[in-house]
Design a binder for this molecule. Structure first.
Ligand SMILES: Nc1ncnc2c1ncn2[C@@H]1O[C@H](COP(=O)(O)OP(=O)(O)O)[C@@H](O)[C@H]1O
Ligand SMILES: [Mg+2]
Length: 299
């Protein structure tokens, strides 16, 4: 991963900052190596700066802009264990902090992810934080504040390990989300996540599908760009087009499915409007011939 940061041309000062942090907070737990590297120097540098300054970091942006990938990558480069806390499900204070349970002979306190993270100097990934219900907000306000303790009702309080960081993600305006209230927003520095650049998309494709032929690598990257332009021009909705579906489609091709069918499954069929589907199909066919076979893509 250090090589990867060098390849990303992260500034020397920030690399030294990471090294100093790791020296200050040696970790014996192994950080999990993320499945994908995050590509994008500017965002990397902003995020590393935030972590080094001790701020809580909120990654805000549309689906499949790499918010979770970046959060996992950050925990990895800082060599910290991470706790993933998704606010999709109904989370309340006792889930976050912990709760009394009966172990068969006596009542014991079972620590929740926030307490475990804070004790171990982990990176807490607060996923889709704008879906947090009121029952969770009180706890969030407390842990994101610059108080260095977390109170556990009935048990006193614990000291927050100074290596601890909280990273949050949110997709503004996504179904079920709410506006992030001001009190919560004020506790973060915020990065607005951009769509991956064309150049970085090619790097991601090369990493994910090393056997994809360069010619098709380029065509796929261009296809994604074409579709994105249509979204920007509001000719098609952003519903159908996201990087996740696009990568899924190429994965289907890798498993032998014809490109036209794979793209239909990963992209076109995500639109439920027949006009829009035709538009998407036209864009696809101008880059990827309908008769193309998957085995001619790889090798
Ligand atoms: N800049 C990027 N660098 C690397 N991967 C990216 C980037 N942007 C999007 N992705 C890819 O998009 C997919 C979704 O990423 P994820 O982090 O789950 O998105 P989000 O949390 O923003 O919805 C992953 O396959 C990821 O590799
Ligand atoms: Mg996500």
């Amino acid at each position: 991963m250090a090589d990867f940061l060098t390849e990303e041309h992260i500034s020397k000062q920030l690399l030294e900052g990471i090294a100093a942090y790791k020296k200050k907070y040696p970790s014996n737990a192994d950080a999990v190596r993320p499945k994908y590297p995050y590509y994008g120097r500017k965002i990397w540098e902003e995020a590393i700066s935030a972590v080094l300054s001790g701020a809580n970091l909120l990654l805000e942006g549309p689906k499949a802009t790499g918010k979770n990938v970046l959060a996992e990558n950050l925990a990895y480069v800082f060599n910290r264990p991470s706790w993933d806390i998704s606010f999709h499900i109904n989370i309340d204070a006792s889930y976050l902090i912990g709760t009394d349970t009966f172990d068969g002979s006596k009542v014991v306190f079972r620590k929740g992810p926030v307490v475990l993270c804070a004790e171990n100097g982990g990176f807490g990934i607060l996923d889709e934080i704008n879906m947090a219900k009121n029952e969770a907000l009180v706890v969030l306000h407390e842990i994101l504040d610059y108080r260095h303790t977390i109170s556990i009702p009935g048990y006193g309080s614990i000291d927050v390990n100074p290596a601890t960081r909280f990273l949050a993600t949110m997709n503004y305006g996504y179904a079920g989300t709410r506006e992030l209230n001001e009190a919560l927003a004020s506790r973060f520095v915020i990065i607005s996540m951009p769509q991956i650049s064309m150049e970085n998309l090619e790097r991601l494709l090369l990493y994910t599908f090393p056997s994809l032929k360069p010619k098709w690598m380029e065509q796929f990257a261009l296809l994604f760009e074409d579709l994105r332009k249509k979204v920007e021009a509001a000719e098609i909705s952003q519903h159908a087009v996201d990087l996740r579906g696009f990568l899924d489609a190429i994965r289907l091709m890798q498993n032998g499915l014809a490109p036209s069918e794979a793209l239909e499954m990963g992209i076109t069929n995500k639109s439920f409007d027949s006009c829009e589907r035709r538009l998407i199909d036209d864009v696809i066919q101008s880059r990827i011939p309908e008769t193309l076979e998957s085995r001619s893509l790889f090798g």
